[in-house]
Design a protein around this ligand. Structure first.
Ligand SMILES: Cc1cc2nc3c(=O)[nH]c(=O)nc-3n(C[C@H](O)[C@H](O)[C@H](O)COP(=O)(O)O)c2cc1C
Length: 331
């Protein structure tokens, strides 16, 4: 009787806690408390990038991996390996390798003076202290020598997704790390045989804090009911057309635009062509589509130059990966 009361009471509390997360689309339908609970495990999963050092019971790690292996695979081939690393020395080795790689890249860019390099070095070290702060890391791998190797690109991420949801249900954070922890360094530091390919590496631990959800698109942006209708549920990919601008106009855009200390975009004019180079990256030509709007042909990114009332160029906004990043002109 008491047990039943506690169960009903905790279900009500859970529903109250989670009711704020339920989207408008769901409010009309009714679901059981178990269903609501499960849905909220999914929606409350977050990429967590800083952890408490508290150890995780082996039972929990086993349970999470047991759920991961229940994911579907092509032809039921189950090509995974889950490498679990708790050894702090090994994790520190990976952390130092990541730091060295980033510092070398920053140094090689040749765009930072000593003071800017120091600022960048600090932000790199702080970043990797957090990135490698969890007590456990799981490398999700697939065996390239499996029956259907062309399908491991599906099998691998599915297991990683299951793993992340199972971890969330036990109160742990994860992140699907790819570029932040380079694959070659993971393979080398953990001595992973070449026949395996890394899908991702994820920390597993108690979050320092649960981050807020980044902005998510509305459901309506994804759903196409029955058929595609141009202008209604999709818009045609924009084909950008380059126009010719006078070199005198291009000249006004040359200079350095700072997003944050140590990270800037340098715009230069060479033989009537405009180039942009971000800190630590390649110099690439940018093309005008209007007098103030430019785009790269080799990456999906655009620039709008901003002017003050007198027409003087004072900054730019970089659009990339769905983000708008403003930068002030400093030189
Ligand atoms: C294929 C893929 C690659 C990712 N690579 C990285 C990464 O290298 N570094 C990182 O910090 N997050 C990485 N993430 C995590 C995403 O940034 C994160 O899922 C996204 O910002 C949404 O946040 P949320 O997971 O909290 O919903 C990756 C996620 C996916 C699916």
């Amino acid at each position: 009787m008491i047990k039943q009361f506690v169960r009903i009471f905790s279900t009500i509390i859970l529903l109250l806690i989670f009711s704020g997360n339920v989207g408008a689309e769901d409010q009309k339908a009714s679901y059981t408390s178990e269903q609501e609970y499960l849905f909220n495990i999914f929606t409350s999963r977050r990429s967590v990038r800083a952890y408490k050092p508290d150890a995780i019971p082996d039972e929990h790690i086993k349970k999470i991996l047991d759920i991961a292996r229940s994911a579907p695979t092509s032809g039921n081939q189950q090509p995974w390996k889950f490498l679990v690393v708790k050894n702090r020395k090994k994790l520190d080795e990976l952390k130092n390798a990541c730091i060295d790689r980033s510092l070398t890249r920053a140094r090689m860019s040749g765009t930072l003076n000593e003071e800017q390099f120091k600022t960048r070095e600090k932000s790199i070290r702080d970043y990797y202290e957090k990135t490698l702060s969890a007590p456990v890391y799981i490398v999700v791998l697939v065996n390239k020598q499996c029956k259907y190797p062309a399908y491991t690109k599906h099998d691998g991420p599915l297991a990683a997704g299951y793993l992340m949801i199972a971890a969330r249900s036990l109160g742990y954070g994860t992140v699907y790390y790819t570029d932040s922890i380079p694959e070659d360094l993971t393979m080398k530091v953990f001595n992973i045989p070449e026949q395996f390919e890394r899908i991702c590496i994820t920390p597993l631990g108690i979050p320092e804090t649960w981050p807020k959800s980044p902005q998510k698109k509305a459901l309506g942006e994804f759903v196409v009911m029955e058929k595609f209708v141009k202008g209604v549920n999709y818009s045609e990919a924009k084909i950008r057309k380059a126009i010719q601008l006078d070199a005198k106009i291009l000249e006004t855009y040359t200079g350095k635009y700072e997003f944050q200390p140590g990270f800037a975009l340098t715009v230069s004019l060479e033989s009537g062509r405009l180039f942009a180079q971000a800190t630590g990256q390649q110099k690439l030509e940018i093309f005008a589509e209007s007098e103030t709007d430019f785009f790269w042909k080799v990456v999906d990114a655009q620039i709008n130059f901003n002017k003050d009332k007198t027409g003087k160029v004072i900054g730019l906004t970089l659009h990339q990966g769905g983000r708008d990043m403003p930068a002030k002109k400093t030189e």
